[in-house]
Structures are given as structure tokens and as C-alpha cells.
Design a binder for this molecule. Sequence first.
Ligand code: IVH
Length: 673
Amino acid sequence: MTNQRKEAAARLNVLRQEISAHDHAYYVLDQPQITDYEYDQLFAELIALEQQFPDLVAPDSPSQRVGGTPLEKFEKLEHRTPMLSLQNTYSPEEVRAFAERVSHLLDGPRPVEFFCEPKLDGLALELIYEEGSLRRAITRGDGSVGEDVTSNIKTIKAIPLRLTSPSPPKLLEVRGEVLMFKESFRRLNEWQEENGLPAFANPRNAAAGSVRQLDSKITAQRQLHFFAYAVGVVEGPSLSSQHQLLESFHRWGLPTVTADLTCLAPHVDEAIAYYVALEGRRHQLPFEIDGTVIKVNSFEQQRQLGMVARSPRWATAAKFKPEEAQTKIVDIVVQVGRTGALTPVAVMEPVKVGGVTVTHATLHNQDEVERKDVRVGDTVIIHRAGDVIPEVVRVVTEKRPPKAKPFTLPPNCPVCGEPTERAEGEAVSRCTNSLCAAILKGSLRHFVSRRAMNIDKLGEKLVDQLVDAGLVTCFSDLYRLNADSLLSLERQGQKSSANILASIENSRKPTLNRFIYALGIRFVGEQTAKSLALRFGSIESFLNASEEELLSIDDVGPVVAGAIVAALKRKSFVKEVHRLIESGLKVQSTSRPRDGAKLPLEGLNIVVTGTLPLGRDEVKDLITSMGGKSASSVSKKTHYVLAGEEAGSKLDKARELGVPVIGWEQFQALLKN
Ligand code: IVH
């Protein structure tokens, strides 16, 4: 080995370990130790070195997380020991009966302890670690044979490519669940619908669909998570209980649900109390669960109990009440979105599901309507999962009125009357009229939205009024509005007009990433907008981007690049950007500090609470752009709590943990550092 190679190999080793440790801190512990910028620097160094010495790329290098060449199909692999299923129980009484069966079968002097966990509603997966290194990831499949999804699973940052323990087990088969958090699911579906792609029915389907992608680059873009809860074959350590197993997972750097979500129950009464309490908490959790799994804690007792059919006798899945309800469809209306996409929406007789009254359910598109054969007048079963828009599960056909007719989307746009079009291979029909009021209204709503230009006083109703009155025909018209034009609208007074104008005024200095996102280019979500801003730095250089330059960006593939190039070629698009700039918009260029230069908030974790002079998102943006991190909850790792007026429980938490609380002025002082 040449000296240069040796040095590279050593440096690569250090980089891999450091990056893995930061991934763990960020994705598993939720306690980042460095800024995104510093992380990116480490990663860039790793990639550069590996490009120089391709044969030094280890299979467990963090660079392997970005996804590789698409597969033709997944290979089938057999599980060394079968992945079992669980027998269900549906009430405290049934759980008690389960516990009695267990005690009866064991019939020993030792009392039976139970370990209770959430029943995670995702996709079961087996991870195989050899000598501490992730070798394979296999889906559960039918329990005996699953699919090899290793390259997809490597893109999930919460899953360690190497176990952290200095003396890892020789062989460790970890079993757990891949999940998509509710928030990521909501965003993914928004994105799918905006881009004319079919929406996922629930987070579980979204997680499963993402894991079973033949193109791992797509999996890499989905935000997936993983929690470990069981083992297959283990060589090395001896484990004596479920409780101890979860602690060992933690030591090995494997993510598990937090301890406050589990319970070691010395008696079945505690297990039942946990089951009832967890059902009450299910909607507050960031991911979906559909029950609790109650397991005999001792592995010795588990062995004595054994299994029956394909389920262990030592565990039960105590399920929650389903979140389904029956109601009647009174109408099907058609909404037109900002990309012109037509979405059929069922209007229903109000009904309570999971404690919330619902009246609307999305039917997604024509194919979905046909697949479920949903008609006006039908009685349907609807499902509402968490905070997600309710869905029609199925029609109760026995209750269908004799004259109910099948539903078809209209051939013309219900808003402007122009013909609609359904491109080949797409699920969605679109209005073809770029001047359609619905498209304009949708684009404006996106433009002013909180995560885009954040013009918070311009609500949906006002946007509609402005378009209907002909006062706004494009984004830049917003910046030409004055008090007179606003006062000409119905129900607009002096005070609210002044507030609206002030809120427009406040949006005149957007960051480049927000501005690019606000423009609403097809397929360009927030994340892509950030990458574009980082790559091009200024709006001028973004407007001159070539397809080649776009493709050189990590999360930009041919489809996204194509959509951007198409937008940049459209004269009306470029002209509108220029009009925005001419109307006084000052887009803030994205600058990176010179090598070695420090940003004022570098290394600081700041939690924001209460009402501040800037909006919550703007403050968070400011913190990140100055090198800091802003988490949503206070922990020991928080450096400061920035508190505005009416700050609530976060303030108490800060006091409890002794975290310094600062006000707006002290925060400004920090920025000047
Ligand atoms: S233990 C033999 N623990 O439930 C039991 N399973 O019906 C091995 N699941 O396929 C699994 N949360 O997908 C276990 N905390 C948990 C779980 C859990 C969800 C799923 C898993 C399994 C299914 C069994």
C-alpha cells in the first residue's frame, strides 16, 4: 500500500465512525451534536476520498446510504428462524384470560412478569448483523421467506450500518418495524397529490411501498424510521428477558421506542392499565400504533411456553378499537389544485371516528373511484388514521339505493370550463388552462403559505376574493396591492387592510430556498428547494441552471431536473420571477461561510417558545441559517430556550433542567457574536 493510500484508509475509518456517531445522535437520540453544515463537510470529505480510492469503499460506509443502481427484482431469502405472528386480543377481559392461560401452563413458583410495548403499525423487517456490521435486511414476507431489501434499508439513517458496541455479537438477527412518522406521511402525500402521483392510503402502506422500491434512490428520499423489538438467532451474548433485550439494543446503537412507551408489569393488572392508558395516548404519538404487545418478560419462561401454530404462547397483541365508522355519501365534489389536478372528494353525513367528526373523505382520482365503485347515495365504511384525511375503505353494497349511478370526473374543468386531460400513465386528470382561476388560486395559496413566503394575513378566502375581483393575476400583483384596492373588497376594513399590507411587506426578503419553493415548480418540494439554493446560491444563477448542473445535485433525478428545465424555459415563468424582483422583492442569497469561518450560532441547540417579533418558522430558519439547531422540545442538550410572550410548558421544563432562558434582545446579541 502506498503511503497516500494508507493515510486515506485511516482517515476513511475515522470519518466513517464520526459520521455514524452523528447519524445516531441525530436520528436515534434526537440530540444532534454538530450543525448540518459541519456534517455536510464531513460527508463531502468522505465522498471525495472514496472517489479517489474506490476500492476502499466499505459496504458499511455511510456513503452507501444514498441508494444504488435500481434492481430488476428482489431476491427471495429464507429466514434462519421463522418470523412469527401474534394472536390478537381485543379487550381487557381477553388479556386477563391470556395471562391466566400463561400462569396455568407455567404453573411454577415464579410469578409471571409481563413486558408491554406499543404494537407498531408498519412493516416487519429482519436485520442481520455479522461481527457488528449490517449484512442483510429481509422483509418478513410469509414468515419463512422474505425479500432481500438490503440496499433500500441502508438508506434509513436510524438503522446503524455498524453496531456501536466495542464487542458486538458475532451474529445478531434483529427484528423490528419500519415506520413512516405521521408528519412525514402527510408531507409525502401532499407531494404525491401535487405532482399527480397516487397518494398512499396510510403510513403503513407508504412505509411498505418505500421499502419495496426497486430504485433505492427513491427509498432514500422517503423519511423512514425503524424500531427494534425482537431477535432471531443470536451468537455471543446471553439474554435473559425482553426488558434486558431492549436495553441491549440501546447499547448496540439500535433504535427502540422510548422507555416511557413501554412498561414492565409485575402483574397482569398493570399490563391492562398500560393497555387502556396507551389507547388514550395513541393520537399524541408521532407514529401509528394499533394496539399493544404484551409479552412474558423472562426468556426462560418464553421457552417453556413455546408456540402454537405460528404464534408464540407467550405473547398477545392487545388491539385498540378500529377507527372506522359507517356513514352515507351525499355528494361527490371535484376540487382543482394548483397543478390543475382534479380530485374527487366525497361529502358525507357527519360521523364521529376516533373522537372527531368528519364530513369529507378524499377519493384521490378516477381509478380509485372505480376500484372502490363509490357512488352518491352509497353507505360506506370510512377510516380515519391519526390526523390524516379520512378515507373510504369500502362500500356497503347491500345498502346501495337502486338508482345510484357510477361516478365519472367531468370532461371539463368545473372551475373554468376548459377541457381536462389525462396524460398517459398518469392517474390524474388536469385542467389544461394555465389561466384557470383554480390553478391561479392554488398557486397563490402555495406561494403565500407558511413554509413558502409566509404571508400569513393572506388566507384562503382573501386569495379567492383577490382573484375573483381580478386584482391579482400573478404572484407579483400581490406586491402592487394598495389600501384602495383592498378596501374595494367586500368586508375589508381599514385595520385589516393595513395588517395585510404589512404582512406582504414583511415577506419581501425571503431566503432563496423559500423563494424557489414558493414558485411552485412541479416536483420541487422544500428539501429540493434547499438543495437548489445551496447549489446555485443566487436567484440569477438558478435561472441559468443547466440540466447537467441540476443532475449533479444529489436529490435531483431526471424527472425533477426535467421539470425545472421546463419551467426555466417558459418565458412566462422567467418573466414573472423578474417582475417579482422588479416589484422590490429582495431574495436573500444562500451563502456558506468560508472554510474555517464560524457562524454565530454554530453548535448551539435553541428551543423556541411563545410569541416573538418574527414568526416561529422564521426564527427557526434564522437559527439554522446562523449555524444553530432548533429542536421542538427541551432536553439536557438544549443550550438556550428562546422565550417570547405567553411561553408555556417549555419554560417550566427549562427551569426544571436548569437550561438558560433568553429573550429576544439577548438572542439578537448572540447573533452579533
Ligand atoms: S414481537 C412473535 N413486538 O406484529 C412475535 N411484534 O402479528 C414477534 N409488531 O409481524 C414480534 N409491534 O410486524 C412484536 N412491539 C412489537 C410489535 C410487533 C408490531 C408486529 C410485527 C409482527 C406482527 C405480529
